[in-house]
Design a protein around this ligand. Structure first.
Ligand SMILES: [Zn+2]
Length: 65
């Protein structure tokens, strides 16, 4: 399985607030979001699905690992 990285259009980094810098990829079966601007990383839980699909879901609710 090759990890496919994709950017999330319109998403902004919760750490550096950079827009369109968030990419999403699969790591060991877990979706991981990573900011290419500052290196912020967060493993996704199922709330991420809402974030991708919905509008206005607050990105900043992610807790640091
Ligand atoms: Zn960032």
């Amino acid at each position: 399985m090759v990890s496919k990285k994709r950017f999330i259009a319109g998403a902004s980094c919760p750490q550096c607030q950079e827009q369109d810098s968030i990419m999403l990829y699969n790591e060991a079966g877990v979706e991981v979001m990573e900011c290419v601007a500052c290196g912020y990383r967060k493993r996704q839980t199922d709330e991420a699905t809402q974030q991708q699909a919905g509008e206005g879901e607050v990105i900043g609710v992610f807790k640091p690992d």
